[in-house]
Design a protein around this ligand. Sequence first.
Ligand code: 16G
Ligand code: MG
Length: 504
Amino acid sequence: MDLDSISKHSALHAKPSGLILQYGTAGFRMKAEHLDHVMFRMGLLAVLRSKQTKSTIGVMVTASHNPEEDNGVKLVDPLGEMLAPSWEEHATCLANAEEQNMQKVLMNICKKAAVDLQQAAFIVIGRDTRSSSEKLAQSVIDGITVLGGQFHDYGLLTTPQLHYMVYCRNTNGQYGKATVEGYYQKLSKAFVELTKQAFSSGDEYQSLKVDCANGIGALQLREMRGYFSQGLSVQLFNVGTKGKLNHLCGADFVKSHQKPPQGMEMKSNERCCSFDGDADRIVYYYRDTDGHFHLIDGDKIATLISSFLKELLLEIGENLNLGVVQTAYANGSSTRYLEEVMKVPVYCTKTGVKHLHHKAQEFDIGVYFEANGHGTVLFSKAAEMKIKQLAKELEDKKRKAAKMLANIIDLSNQVADRQVICTTDAERQAVTPPGLQEAINDLVKKYKLSRAFVRPSGTEDVVRVYAEADSQESADSLAHEVSCAVYQLAGGVGEKPQPVSEDI
Ligand code: 16G
Ligand code: MG
């Protein structure tokens, strides 16, 4: 490691002194203008992680659903999963090191993580469409090259595509080809086959309107739709030519405002959906014939997918264990429905894909979704082998069901990604400040079928308030009362919080 050269280059990406950041729920995120040093340093860190794991590592430059002015970076581990927690700590130390301590911190990481500096390193990079992303990706590359790492810059990619590239490269192409075309081919083939199996001839031709949040999803889906045109016709909206990224559109907007995005016309019973800025979230919606808006968020998606999977499992007669993982944001009725009606075990984890993903890996088939639309289905290796075997052995209807399950496996791209308030019990109970949880409990008692909790955001400098009750009015009022309790008990600093609530 040429420490002098590292210091020289690091000075070109100098850290604003005093700036302290934390590797949060999904990497580092903040105003783009403060991130140059973080990008350079994450280039360095990706090289060390690659040397240590002797594998390709991914770096994604994106701030997902945040406003256009923000940016962020996250590292992707060898099997396409989120960075290991011990390396999140290294990332935080490196991002916060003052210039003069950089060498020491780097050496420390090498020592603690037993990095073999002689080992080769390979990094793949992707970025979203933010105007700051290209330059920030270049800073990542500067960090990689100064440590002698090799890299491939994919340019514009969605986050799920970057995860896919990393996984393909570390499994010698067995999972698929590590190209954008390989991604389109793999997913569309499984999709087209699945739709052929699911519908009998004469079924209505399927069409879908997609709100691309003015982000990367538009570019990729425009290319990809040619690959599955037999199964689905797709119309794109908010493609980035007029509107601003994530502004009045996208999955986060639709979910939190419970209304359609701007820029998309909706007729009754048309199928519509929205991505977020890096296209790793999706929510569906439609208007009924009376004009009412219906949202199919992550909770409902998880319920629909699990019922579909359960039916298929019943058909093939295999007793594979199926579990659903949610977060505290899951609407209570969806949890009750899954547990009581569908008899599927449900688990609750902390917010953030990495937590849900980890838990879902404990099942033969783990369905995980955050209410906001992040999620997928994971099949254990053993379940996958069993299903693919049955798809060859079984006959007639059973065989068809096994084949459908096999296509779902290929379709789910299942790669293995304030501080005053502290929480416990999957973030459903506040431990500090003292008295806050008791205050919330008292408020909740005032409403029927109600639930509320607060947690510090992992991506923005705000406290999030969640409330549900038996009517919209009660939920709004509970959310407001809880926000006031937070405001009083958490010090009353900053703006008074504006709650977003939901009825059930
Ligand atoms: C990040 C997480 C998402 C989580 C959200 C919560 C990933 C890939 N993304 O976007 O899962 O729901 O943060 O944001 O893990 P908050 O902490 O600001 O509420
Ligand atoms: Mg996202």
